[in-house]
Design a protein around this ligand. Structure first.
Ligand SMILES: [Zn+2]
Length: 70
């Protein structure tokens, strides 16, 4: 079984995915057409780690910009 990794779009941190970690991580949908081949992308949404979410109230924008989809 392949291990699924969560990948933060902002700081690049990686964490093995699981029920607990996935719930703590942020997930925001990207606009249709922003089909980017980036490790932080997952099912057309972008993920950010709990640290970045806590530090940046506007982390969704920061993450999108980091992916070049802002
Ligand atoms: Zn992060």
């Amino acid at each position: 079984m392949a291990t699924l990794y969560l990948h933060c779009a902002i700081c690049g941190r990686k964490q093995a995915g699981g029920l607990l970690s996935a719930a703590a991580w942020g997930q925001a949908p990207l606009s249709v057409g922003a089909a980017l081949d980036h490790p932080a992308m997952s099912d057309s949404s972008v993920r950010a780690c709990p640290t970045c979410i806590e530090r940046d109230a506007d982390w969704v924008t920061t993450a999108r910009v980091a992916l070049g989809a802002g």
